[in-house]
Write a protein that binds this ligand. Structure first.
Ligand SMILES: C[C@](O)(C(=O)O)[C@H](CC(=O)O)C(=O)O
Ligand SMILES: [Mg+2]
Length: 307
């Protein structure tokens, strides 16, 4: 009720334990806080908080237009509603070293368990589009080193994302992954890998956990969790999937309403009121209310003359 009773510290430890477990950690992207409890109830290991989704929801392109305040707020809203660890997309860190440090503090305070920082230049773009540019190795390393030295909770997971595969190829991605690991990254997010073999090559290059981004309509095929686990991937994200599923349904049903003047035929496809109330845990609020307000005040204690 109201929020999770699992502390940020416990969630960060859980995220680290999951990454070290040898079992693939599955993090669907929560496109709204309400999907956090659902992801948890269905038995996933964690919740991803996507920059692309946050931007899209605001009607903006995913080119670094969202502010740290907005991102931290969304991180807090989603982390609050789940017992699971959360991994948030911190894009390029909202500037260079000092801004990255500030971002780490804000996101830590928001209660996220981990964050990833990428090596694109600003304005950044979706990692699965062409025409990306990356910063120099020095600058990429500085961003990670700044994040690592700024964190106050040593369990906060600092993940380094490199977009260099789509710019300079796999060999460059392996080299950069190694350098980012040496800079203190707890995990590596190799963006836009073309095949399972490429994930295996990154696995070979570094000792820290690696992430696979299973975004639809991108550069990577949608490998199964088993396939990813078999090549040594530690965590899979499905960043924008829930937004795409929901928006697909919304567009279809809105069209129906526009054409027929009623949504009667769509009701059977909707989440029911009772299921929604279950996710929002109405029962717990009722129980709380009954415990606090519906008690008997002993005669002589009402303060109204006990008339
Ligand atoms: C993972 C990602 O950074 C995100 O913001 O969710 C995006 C996802 C996408 O646009 O499909 C990305 O750059 O891959
Ligand atoms: Mg992003």
């Amino acid at each position: 009720m109201l929020s999770t009773s699992v502390t940020p510290s416990e969630k960060r430890k859980a995220m680290r334990a999951g990454l070290a477990s040898g079992t693939l950690q599955r993090y669907p992207g929560a496109f709204t806080p309400l999907t956090g409890p659902l992801i948890q109830q269905l038995g996933f290991e964690g919740v991803y908080i996507s920059g692309a989704v946050m931007a899209a929801e605001l009607g903006l392109p995913d080119i670094g237009m969202t502010t740290l305040t907005e991102v931290a707020q969304r991180g807090r809203e989603i982390s609050r509603m789940t017992d699971l660890p959360t991994l948030i997309d911190a894009d390029t860190g909202f500037g260079e070293a000092m801004n990255v440090a500030r971002a780490v503090h804000e996101l830590e305070d928001a209660g996220v368990s981990g964050l990833h920082l990428e090596d694109q230049v600003n304005p950044k773009r979706c990692g699965h589009l062409d025409g990306k540019e990356v910063v120099s190795l020095d600058l990429a390393v500085q961003r990670i080193a700044a994040a690592v030295s700024a964190r106050r909770d040593s369990d906060l997971v600092i993940m380094a994302r490199t977009d260099i595969r789509g710019v300079s190829g796999l060999e460059a991605a392996k080299d950069r992954a190694k350098a980012l690991e040496a800079a203190g990254a707890d995990a590596i997010f190799p963006e836009a890998m073309a095949s399972l073999e490429e994930f295996a090559a990154i696995r070979e290059a570094v000792d820290v956990p690696i992430l696979a981004n299973m975004t639809e309509f991108g550069k990577s095929a949608l490998f199964t969790h088993q396939q990813l686990q078999d090549v040594g991937v530690n965590i899979a994200i499905h960043p924008v999937s829930l937004l795409r599923i929901a928006m697909g349904a919304i567009e279809r049903e809105l069209g129906l309403l526009q054409q027929t003047g009623t949504l009667d035929g769509a009701v059977e496809r909707m989440q029911t009121r009772s299921r929604l109330y279950e996710l929002n845990d109405y029962a717990a609020y009722n129980a709380f209310d009954e415990g606090v307000f519906n008690f008997e005040v002993p005669v002589g204690h009402r303060g109204d003359g006990d008339a």
